[in-house]
Design a protein around this ligand. Structure first.
Ligand SMILES: [Zn+2]
Length: 404
């Protein structure tokens, strides 16, 4: 086989287990939502990429301000529905058979007459979008570390009313937002409520903090999967604990590099995790902000970490096994992965050749279908400084959930 012969990774059947609600948007859809509201949020994100800054100037709060810019346009029922629909459409185009999108409905409740309505709308559209795009959209309700732990209990009780594995139900319970905030122990009761209702826990942990923090998340929240968890790579003892417990880590390479957790893709410790026997599911986290979709994570593993097609197929299998889909669906998709690997490889371009010529609007289209600014298409970190315009959103940052 020639060196450049690769199977098309968009066609690799997979599951997407780490995707945030507003962060799932693509730029054309964000533009559409902005136009509905007469706002220019999309242009701010397109004209200036605040995450493309030197590693020393990256960080959580810069990310959250940017997330808030996007969230300002998701303020109606039709916008909530449009977010679910675009996530389903974009992920289906990237080979996802099952996408488990996470949302804190608290952020959207004020615009649709309350928390229950917000969740009802999202679940209802998940059913419709699943049918429309030939994909299973599962919904994870995620509490926020920035809110009171009692708010998390309220969300857990609400989730318990909607528990179901299918697109119309709540399939998991998460905990997101700045992991340096909040006391993990205090969120234990909310996860217990969810667990008793049959809803598995999928909290974030170990994105920025140490292995000790991940151990605490495991001890207190009893997760089935952990969002990120990558700092476990620094502790062989913790890695074997995670592997023995069968906890899947949702690893998001583009997010890690964009947020400065690692200086470049080659540093993401994917092989360390796998060599320790840990189950891993690659995810995009926030395609809108990191300009990187689901398939791009597999491309990163291929281009920067040297993963063969057989290894990439195994990553896809792990994502499917780690999902909360029905066993029969999982078995069918795993057979489809085998078929993908058995097919003759084509010549999919590598990461360095991903760009297509810039469009009139200065955007280029990624193979994933995302439109991104031409200057942001480089796979490596860019170096443009952020615009001070974004500082006007700083005041909002501590007062609202970023809508994760
Ligand atoms: Zn996340």
């Amino acid at each position: 086989m020639p060196d450049d012969a690769h199977r098309d990774l968009d066609l690799l059947p997979k599951a997407h287990l780490h995707l945030h609600f507003t962060g799932s948007l693509d730029i054309p859809t964000l533009r559409e939502l902005s136009a509905w509201e007469g706002l220019d949020e999309a242009e701010q994100l397109i004209d200036d990429d605040p995450l493309s800054v030197p590693a020393t100037k990256r960080g959580w709060w810069r990310f959250q301000r940017t997330y808030d810019i996007a969230r300002h346009v998701v303020i109606s029922e039709r916008a909530l529905r449009r977010v679910v629909d675009s996530a389903a459409r974009n992920d289906a185009a990237q080979g996802s058979r099952r996408t488990e999108i996470q949302v804190d409905p608290t952020s959207y409740a004020p615009f649709v007459n309350g928390l229950v309505n917000a969740l009802e709308i999202i679940l209802d559209e998940a059913v419709a979008a699943s049918a429309r795009h030939g994909i299973q959209m599962g919904v994870i309700v995620a509490a926020s570390r920035l809110h009171h732990p009692l708010d998390a209990r309220t969300l857990a009780r609400l989730s318990a009313r909607f528990v179901d594995r299918g697109p119309g139900g709540v399939i998991g319970f998460g905990l997101s937002n700045d992991e340096t905030e909040g006391n993990t122990v205090e969120f234990g009761p909310a996860f217990r409520i969810a667990r008793r209702a049959g809803i598995p826990g999928v909290p974030h942990g170990g994105e920025f903090r140490s292995p000790d923090h991940i151990a605490q998340v495991i001890d207190e929240l009893h997760p089935t999967r952990i969002g990120h968890g990558i700092h476990a790579a620094e502790s062989p003892a913790l890695l074997s604990r995670i592997a023995d417990a069968g906890i899947t880590l949702e690893v998001n390479p583009a997010s890690n590099v964009s947020l400065g957790v690692y200086s470049d893709y080659s540093k993401v410790p994917l092989r360390t995790l796998l060599d320790a026997g840990v189950q891993v599911a690659l995810g995009a986290d926030d395609p809108l902000l990191f300009h990187s979709g689901l398939t791009d994570q597999y491309r990163i593993a291929r281009a920067y970490l040297g993963f063969s097609d057989a290894e990439l197929a195994e990553l896809a299998r792990m994502s499917i096994r780690g999902s909360f889909a029905d066993p029969a669906d999982k078995a069918r998709w795993l057979e489809e992965v085998d078929a993908w690997l058995a097919a003759e490889p084509g010549r999919e371009p590598g990461l360095a050749a991903m760009a297509t010529p810039p469009s009139a609007g200065g955007l280029v289209e990624r193979p994933s279908g995302l439109l991104v600014p031409a200057s942001a298409d480089s796979p490596g970190p860019a170096s443009r400084p952020a615009s001070p315009d974004h500082d006007r959103h700083r005041a909002d940052a501590r007062n609202v959930s970023p809508g994760l």
